[in-house]
Design a protein around this ligand. Structure first.
Ligand SMILES: N[C@@H](CCC(=O)N[C@@H](CS)C(=O)NCC(=O)O)C(=O)O
Length: 286
């Protein structure tokens, strides 16, 4: 049966319940909804996040920095319950006026520095520590291109495909077709790149890999939207090779556990305040 056609009214009006799991969270206005301070821990970096793909990017990089010996990358990772509107507290909005995780505050600067947008946070941390960037500056444009590619492309995978395939209260063929087409094209872009190159920028592992992995690696490993077979992810063999190769890294495994809110307790480090928080925990196997 075809869904009833929607004729848009002259002016759109916000119904507080449009249906779907995010109907109580999403709103057409910005700004804080209530007064509350953010907690501050003892480390130089304070991360306010959740274990979604955008959050995982940052915790993977922080764990990579610590594993590489950058002890000033020690961080507290606080959990922001985005299903319970904690992203709309006055304290969070001061750090990110866009009310989305992840958001970071660096207390090592003369005045605390706030950073929001996961791509900006990756670049800030990589530049600050001069790590996970191409050793030769001539490689920087390629790395920035893939980092920006990820930031521009993933909303089609998450907000487009993931939303209409997995979350929308009605299955709309037109929307699923449109975003499936685009996501398969993106997966093919990556698969063709990884046929020629170990990492996204060649032989060096950079923040561009770290940005792409939770979204596109997570999709081909079957962690996103239950869509592995629908998208025929088995056919993207080069992308799958790269996704598995990254998940062999201990810091990647650890980063994926931090602030995680779904799945068994043993795979989850709800908040991370020191390396001890991983004790008794185990990464989810592929
Ligand atoms: N472009 C942003 C997107 C961040 C984003 O969409 N975060 C989601 C979780 S993955 C969020 O906080 N959603 C809560 C909301 O929309 O209210 C980034 O990369 O940091």
């Amino acid at each position: 049966m075809k869904p009833k056609e929607y004729i848009p009214p002259k002016i759109w009006k916000w119904e507080t319940d449009h249906g779907g799991p995010f109907s109580k969270t999403n709103r057409p206005t910005a700004g804080s909804l209530f007064e509350a301070e953010l907690p501050i821990g003892k480390h130089p970096l304070q991360l306010y996040s959740k274990g979604t793909p955008n959050g995982i990017k940052v915790t993977v990089l922080l764990e990579e920095l610590l594993a590489a010996g950058h002890s000033d990358a020690e961080y507290d990772a606080w959990s922001i319950d985005i299903n319970n509107q904690e992203q709309f507290s006055s304290g969070f909005v001061d750090v990110n006026p866009n009310s989305k995780i992840p958001a970071l505050v660096d207390y090592t600067t003369s005045k605390p520095t706030r950073i929001f947008e996961s791509g900006a946070i990756l670049l800030y941390l990589a530049e600050k520590h001069n790590a996970f960037m191409p050793a030769d500056p001539s490689g920087r444009p390629e790395m920035l291109s893939w980092l920006m590619w990820q930031m521009g492309s993933a909303p089609y995978l998450g907000g487009g495909f993931g939303h209409f395939y997995n979350y929308a209260p009605v299955k709309i063929e037109y929307a699923i077709d449109r975003f499936t087409m685009e996501v398969k094209r993106q997966l093919d872009v990556l698969d063709k790149k990884f046929a020629r190159s170990e990492f996204i920028c060649g032989h060096e592992y950079t923040i561009a890999d770290i940005a792409i992995w939770p979204w596109y690696g997570g999709t081909v490993l079957g962690w996103q939207y239950g869509a592995k077979h629908f998208l025929e992810c088995e056919s993207y063999q080069n992308l799958t090779r790269w996704a598995k190769q990254l998940y062999e890294r201990e810091p990647v495994k650890r980063g994926r556990m931090v602030n995680r809110s779904r799945g068994p307790e043993k795979y989850t480090v709800h908040e991370r305040h020191s390396a001890n928080d991983f004790e008794g925990k185990t990464p989810e196997p592929i």
